[in-house]
Write a protein that binds this ligand. Sequence first.
Ligand SMILES: NC(=O)c1ccc[n+]([C@@H]2O[C@H](COP(=O)([O-])OP(=O)(O)OC[C@H]3O[C@@H](n4cnc5c(N)ncnc54)[C@H](OP(=O)(O)O)[C@@H]3O)[C@@H](O)[C@H]2O)c1
Length: 337
Amino acid sequence: MGARLSYPEVDLKGKVAVVTGGNTGIGYETAKALARMGAHVVIACRSQERAQQAIERIKLELSEAGEVNVEFVQLDLSSLQSARDFTDNFIAKGLPLHLLILNAGIAAVELGRTVDGHEKHFQINYLSHLLITLNLMSVIKSSGPDARIVNVSSYAATFGKFDPSNMDGSQRYSRMGFYGNSKLFQIMSMYFLQRRIAGCGVTISSLHPGAVDTEISRNFQDSTFWKTVTNVVKSVGVLRSPEKGAATTINAAVNPEFKDMEALYFENCKVTQPVRSARDEATQERLWEYSFNLIREYVDTGRLASVGIELPSIPDTENNHEATGSTGEQNLTTTED
Ligand SMILES: NC(=O)c1ccc[n+]([C@@H]2O[C@H](COP(=O)([O-])OP(=O)(O)OC[C@H]3O[C@@H](n4cnc5c(N)ncnc54)[C@H](OP(=O)(O)O)[C@@H]3O)[C@@H](O)[C@H]2O)c1
C-alpha cells in the first residue's frame, strides 16, 4: 500500500512564501499549492523564461481559485553573488517572509565547479541555500509567530559524509556520494541553525520527498549507468507524481500541528528521524564553522547579529585548509560513471 500523503488546506492570506526552484517539479507543485491557499509566492529561479512560463501555468491551473499572487525573483544558486543579490532584492521589496522553501537542486551530476570554485552539489544544493537563509533570517524571525524554513533534502543523505579534506571531490568523487553530501549538509544545517534561533517561533524542517517523477533525471542523462537506472525505475512505476512528491514539503510548511516545534525531519508527510550521521552535534558544529567561513563575505553580518546569531571566528588560513576548503591542486578524478 502506498504512503498516505496529505496536508491540511489552511488559509495563507497575508503570508509570503519563497520557493527556490519553483518553476518545475516538486518546487512548482509546492508554489502552486501555497498560492492556492492564498499566499503571495515568490519563485526564485535561474531562468526568467522558465519562471514566467511556470507563473502562467499556475494562473491557468488555478483560474477557478480566483486571484493568485505569484512573482519571480532571479536566483542562480551556482553563484554566491547571485544568492546575495537575491536576498537584497527580496529585502528591498519590504515584504515579510513566513515560509522559506529551500527546494532547488541538482542531482548526480559529473564533477564540476561553480563560479566560486566549489563542487556543484555542495554549493547549489547546500551552501547558497545556507547563505540565503542567514541573510533572510531577520525578516523571517520578525514575520512570526509560526514562520517556517523547509529544506528539501533526500534519502540520499544516507550516502553522504562530512569530509573536510575532500570537499571539492579532488581526492575521490562519486555522483551519488556528492549529491548525498549536499543533502546530508542540508539536514545538519537544520540542527545548527535551529539551535541558534531556538524558542523564537521559527520552525526549521528537512525532509525526503520520496522518489518523484520530475525533471531531475536530466542531470544524469550523460551517464549510461544512471540513465539505465532511471529508465528501469520509471518503467516499474514506483515514482510519485510531482504533485504527490510535493505533499511532504507542503505539510511541513503549513500544517498547524507543527507550530512551535523545532528541527523536524519528515518522510511521507510524517515526522521521523533522519540518518544518524546527520544528528551528531559536534559534526554539525564543525560544518557550521566550515560553511560560514566560505560565505562570510556574502553574509549580511549586521542583520545576522540583529537576530542574535554569533559569527564563528575567522580561521588561520595559512595552516588551516579544513576551515577554508582549500585543497590545493585540483584533480578531477572520478570513481564512478
Ligand atoms: N525527484 C526526486 O525523486 C527527488 C528525491 C529526493 C529529493 N529530491 C529533491 O527535491 C528537490 C527538487 O527536485 P525536483 O525533483 O523537483 O527536480 P527538478 O524537476 O529538476 O527541479 C529542480 C529545480 O531546481 C532548479 N535549479 C537547479 N539548479 C539551479 C541553480 N543553479 N540555481 C537556481 N535553481 C536551480 C531548477 O531550475 P531549472 O528548471 O532552471 O533547471 C528547477 O527549478 C531537489 O532539491 C532534489 O534534490 C528530489
